[in-house]
Structure formats: structure tokens, C-alpha cells
Design a protein around this ligand. Sequence first.
Ligand SMILES: [Fe+2]
Ligand SMILES: [Fe+2]
Length: 368
Amino acid sequence: MSTHELYTIPVEHRTWDVGMQGAARFTWEYDDGRDRLLSLYQKGKDKQWDATTRIDWSVEVDPHNALGLPVEVIPIYGTSQWDRIAGDQKAIDELTLHMTAWQFSQFLHGEQGAMICSSRIVESVPDLDSKFYAATQTMDEARHAETYARFLQEKIGLVYPINPYLKSLLDDTLTDSRWDMPYLGMQVLIEGLALAAFGLLRDLTSSTLPKQILAYVMQDEARHVAFGRMALKDYYAQLTSAERAEREDFVVEGCYLMRDRFQMEEVWQNLGFDVAACAEAVEQSEMFRAYQSLLFSRIVPCVKDIGLWGEKVQKAYADMGVLDMAGIDLSALMRADEDVAEQIDAEKAEIAASAVAVSETIAVGADH
Ligand SMILES: [Fe+2]
Ligand SMILES: [Fe+2]
């Protein structure tokens, strides 16, 4: 079966072609990689996992409430738009299905974008240690795209096209000939956005399969953000203030875009709601507020750390009310993400061990 049969809004059968810019760089220096980057590369190799075996795909998922969330978290709940479907369980189920499909479809398209950006970094970054690391990330992102695609195809059965704003952010990130721009656009902004959304759903969902998927993907993303931080921090320290200012403009624009533009407009439109009223409801919703604060808790400390901390950036963050997030300990957040994934593995091992114990007991009982 083709994915095209699962798209709720038809998409072109052609590929989306983004012109290649800049150079593919070779280096003849094979020694003296930076220790921190090489140890991250080692970790990237050690921590590869296989979605086929690590995730328990036999778990049943109700596509009409895949995340097992109460209706109160639907952003339009209690508004005049909700009145259109209140009391109509079929319509509520349909909306929930579409919201999940939209959300996970953006994850899927974003992961494909991350795979393409990291492979672009392999080509364009000058240093071998960064090329090595980006190669493991390319593999990570392939596994993420594979995982989300399987979840959507097997468990949800409905797919949304890429959000136009995500598409334009990817386009800006990839069409720039400067080698650091895929890092900045993808590793810092888009990955920061993805982490916020993954983290929110991972912590809210009561549903086993999506929780596993989100936690395992986040475990890898922690390394990706660390990579962007290390490589960009070194590079930006060498730039002129004019060159840094260009990057800061990109960050400010990207942050406003991500804050204001990811409001599931396609879902509201597709299902016949009043798009403007729904977008307003999203903005007021508690979920969205939590998402925004997570979004910036990942991005702001990173932007400061890599040295894009000029007046314009600080002013924009003050305007968004997130300036004080610069003090957040990003490494601690990332360690916590890794712990959650390991905790899930430990719980699974415990359940498996007790299942073995039960079947052994039954076997012993049968012998007597
Ligand atoms: Fe990823
Ligand atoms: Fe990533």
C-alpha cells in the first residue's frame, strides 16, 4: 500500500527538490579530533537501537485516542468551536484521530528533514570529527523516521502533509550555502521544537507504545543537541560581529515562527472548524503554554551557550517573556531524557522477568 492512500489531504506524488548549495568538503587531517566530539561519536555508536526489536509493536493502539488523553486537553474544549461537536462521540473521536495524525506526521516529516540536514552536515562541515558524528546522527534520524512512519501506518492509519511553516524553515535551513546553517536551523531550532513537543506528549500520555517511541527518540536527540552546541560554540567564537548578527536574525525569526505558527491549522480547516477561532483557542490552552515554555527551555540556553547572545536576541526573548530561561541547565534536562528511556527499558525487563516467573510456576504446577 502507498502512504499516499493515507494522506487526509492529497499531496504531490513528485519529490520535493531543494537545490544543493555550497561545497562537499574533504579533509586530509585524520588526527587530533576534539575529545568531547569524539566521545559523543563513540556514544552515538554505542547507543544505536533498533525500532524493530526495542519497541513492542504488538501493543494495541486505539487510533481514536492513541495517546489516552482526556478531552479537556483538546485546545478548543469548552469554547464555542467545541459546542459544534460536544456530546457527539464520533466527531470527538475523529478530531482526536486527526490531531494525533497531524502531530506525528510533523514528527515524521521533521525526522526526514533531520536525516537530510545531518547528511548535508557530513558533506559540508570541514572537520573530520564533526563528519563522523553527523554520520551517526544521520543513522539515528533514519531510525526515527522509520519508527514514526511505522507508527502512523500501522497504528493510526492517517497521515497529514508537512506543515507549510515547517517546510519553509527546512527550506531556509537547506538552501543556505554556509555550512553552519543546517546546524543552526536543524540542531538548534527544529530539534529544540521537536524536543519540546516530544517531551510534552511523552510525559502526558498514558499509552505504552507512543510513550516508548517518544522516550527512545528523545534519548538520541539529547546527543544531537549536544553536537550542535559543541560545534557551533567553537565556530561562532571566530566569526565577526556582523556574521554573528546574521545568525542572530535567523534565530529570532525562527523562534517567532515556531512560537506562533504551529497551531494545527490544517486540522481545523480539514474538519470544517473556524480556523481563526481555533488558533486563538490553541494559544489560550494550557497544553500550548506548557509546550511554549518547554520549547524555550530547550532553545534559549542553547542559543546563549553558542554565543548568539546579542542585543537583538535578548530583546526578542524578553518580548516573548523567556529571557530568564537562559539560566536553565540544558545538560541536566538531557540527562533526565536519557534516564526516562532507561527507566522504560528497566520496567519492560521487569515485566518480562515476571512473565517468565509466572510461566515457570505454571509449568511446575502442571508437572504435579
Ligand atoms: Fe530525530
Ligand atoms: Fe535529531
